[in-house]
Design a binder for this molecule. Structure first.
Ligand code: COA
Length: 591
């Protein structure tokens, strides 16, 4: 899911510290040994159980004075740890299987057609040329797998956030080996989510367009509704007005609706003999007028760079196009800070332990502080209201030097826990501290079985509503990681998808459903229905089912969580360095 192979040694002069302001790239020198992206490349070794201070530039800084949280595993918990570990192993196998499926794109024949007959680069090779390195955050790589209308690897397009000349940018890149890059409903959803990420985090956005337009057999699920295809173009205008820069590279077909992606972007590049833009292709022209015309003459690079003006840059070869795109990004008005030389403490415990802490089920949840102690710098955690509402753990810590507030489920979201959650979320908001939610909610909703419990339940309802309001209205960035269960209303208060976190990831053991499998018996009467519902919940609540439908930004392995959070926090912070941000009254007008 995430690449990290530095290509600094392969591409002379293109890598520079992210702290330096973007500048124009030198002519690109690429070798031809393009290796396939490695989706989960961190080989994390166990940390010694003592504080380590890692310096970014060989300097030391005093460690944070937050207390060290006790994250040691007690012998009494060993059997739970072992059961979790076994389950994590099974989940990881499934993760690797899906990853392989996603990496294969449209399969061997389509890949040969794409590269040999159509003479185009594969989407990951394109990204290698566009981005500084492969240390990018890919979003939802498992989207589109095993859907009702088929398996659409990576939903037919890669989205994510990578650096271009030191600047984090969202990329949306069609994979034309998957049905000619056509847009399925899930493709549209993935593109819109990537634009959302760009908007919420104020990130420049680069589109690599190579698409046959809408997948016609499913047109009714792509065209008419608010969050269907047209929303992409609406967003382009709104993003432009918000001063979120957008660049398009036409490296394949842009047909019908797809033609508006480059023409609504602020700057567009087209590749000679490969890129085409038209509302209706040659077959339509022939059907309408009887004329025979080549794609090149109808809407090729020369036509659009020299006659129509639909694009702004002509690239003789694909690699030139990515160089143009990189240079365009260098013209953006960002001023990045100098290197901070910050010393960062590693957690005292190995991140690998998280595999044994990832709960196989709610009953296998250990104290969430053990998880926190494997995520924060030096395992330090300044706990807030430690003795009140103990089923929610709240407090401050640092992740690779970034100060964060942590809100972590440690049992049911009770009345007291919800009040504490509201208080802490507002505190973080007040101080502009980003919040990390570690979500593991109870498997079934709290019922009101007797009248005398009704008052307690009503109070809990009010307190949870108050926490939901605090979470919904918090203006500070929020990142949610579902480390176990994501069930019922508790998941809203813990910043579920509908509460608009900047990013939401799932661990592979996560379960996402209104009630957990096996907890629905009271809700249906017939035994047959109970069995049927249980089976359905079992299938539909898996993390992979969720990620295939884009209810999250991807499944991440527990041991990668600290790295992913660090990357997200850096990405979110970048908006502080954009020099001019006020919204324009009108979007940029193209000629
Ligand atoms: N809807 C559904 N299927 C489509 C499609 C569309 N809009 N565009 C392409 N496909 C399918 C093809 O049928 C083919 O399927 P197959 O692999 O099962 O045979 C596959 O995508 C690849 O298309 P193909 O034409 O073989 O590949 P190519 O690389 O030579 O050309 C395109 C790709 C996109 C340039 C070409 O297919 C095309 O022009 N498609 C029509 C585009 C169009 O008119 N879109 C209007 C949509 S509103």
């Amino acid at each position: 899911m995430f690449g990290c192979i530095s290509r600094g040694s392969r591409v002379g002069g293109r890598i520079r510290p992210c702290s330096a302001p973007p500048r124009f790239a030198r002519p690109c020198v690429l070798d031809d040994g393009l290796v396939p992206a490695i989706a989960r490349p961190w080989i994390l070794t166990a940390n010694p159980r003592r504080p380590l201070t890692r310096s970014r530039q060989g300097q030391r800084r005093p460690p944070s004075a937050f207390p060290v949280v006790d994250g040691a595993l007690q012998p009494a918990h060993l059997h739970v740890y072992q059961a979790n570990l076994h389950n994590s192993g099974v989940c990881q196998q499934r993760y690797l299987k899906y990853q392989e499926q996603a990496m294969m794109g449209g399969g061997e024949n389509a890949t040969t057609r794409h590269t040999q007959r159509n003479k185009k680069l594969l989407v990951r090779d394109r990204l290698r040329m566009l981005l500084d390195d492969e240390d990018y955050l890919e979003l939802s790589p498992f989207a589109g797998l095993d859907l009702d209308y088929g398996s659409i690897p990576s939903a037919g397009c890669l989205t994510g956030i990578g650096k271009i000349n030191g600047l984090w940018c969202v990329f949306i890149a069609n994979n034309a080996t998957v049905k000619g890059g056509t847009a399925y409903p899930i493709t549209v959803k993935k593109q819109l989510r990537a634009q959302d990420v760009a908007m919420q985090n104020r990130l420049p956005c680069v589109y690599l367009v190579d698409s046959g337009g809408a997948f016609l057999p499913l047109q009714s699920e792509i065209f008419p509704d608010k969050n269907h295809g047209g929303r992409t173009f609406y967003n382009e205008a709104i993003m432009s007005a918000m001063k979120i820069p957008q660049v398009a590279v036409v490296c394949g077909s842009c047909t019908a609706g797809g033609a508006y992606v480059p023409t609504m972007a602020e700057e567009a590049v087209i590749v000679h003999k490969i890129g085409t833009i038209f509302l209706g292709g040659p077959p339509l022209v022939k059907a309408a007028t009887g004329e025979e015309v080549s794609p090149e003459d109808l809407g090729g690079a020369r036509v659009h760079a020299e006659v129509s003006g639909c694009v702004d840059h002509f690239a003789p070869l694909e690699r030139d196009a990515y160089e143009h795109a990189r240079n365009i990004i260098s013209t953006l008005n960002f001023e990045l800070p100098a290197d901070e030389n910050e010393a960062v403490e590693e957690p005292l415990h190995s991140v690998e332990d998280l595999k044994g802490l990832a709960p196989r089920s709610y009953n296998h949840s250990l104290d969430v502080r053990m998880i926190v102690s494997r995520l924060t710098d030096g395992s330090r955690f300044q706990e807030f209201k430690a003795r009140y509402g103990t089923t929610l753990v709240t407090g401050f810590g640092k992740i690779e030097g970034h100060l964060v507030g942590i809100v972590a489920s440690n049992g049911e979201l009770t009345y007291e826990a919800s009040l504490k959650g509201s208080h802490f979320v507002q505190l973080c908001d007040q101080r502009d501290v980003p919040i990390i939610f570690l979500q593991n909610t109870a498997p079934k909703p709290a019922m009101t079985p007797s009248q005398h419990k009704a008052e307690a339940h009503s109070n809990r309802l009010k307190a949870q509503s108050s926490m939901m309001a605090a979470v919904a209205c918090a203006s500070t960035p929020r990142i949610t990681v579902v480390i176990g269960g994501c069930h019922g209303a508790d998941s809203y208060a813990m910043c579920g998808r509908s509460f608009d976190p900047n990013f939401l990831f799932l661990w592979p053991n996560a379960r996402v459903s209104l009630v957990a499998p096996g907890c629905s018996d009271a809700l249906v009467e017939e035994e047959h229905d109970v069995t049927h519902l249980k089976k359905k919940l079992e299938e539909e609540s898996s993390a992979f089912f969720s990620s295939a439908r884009l209810w999250d930004d991807g499944v991440i392995l527990p041991q990668d969580t600290r790295k992913v959070l660090n990357k997200c926090l850096k990405i979110i912070k970048q908006q502080e360095y954009q020099l001019s941000k006020e919204r324009l009254r009108a979007p940029l007008l193209r000629m």
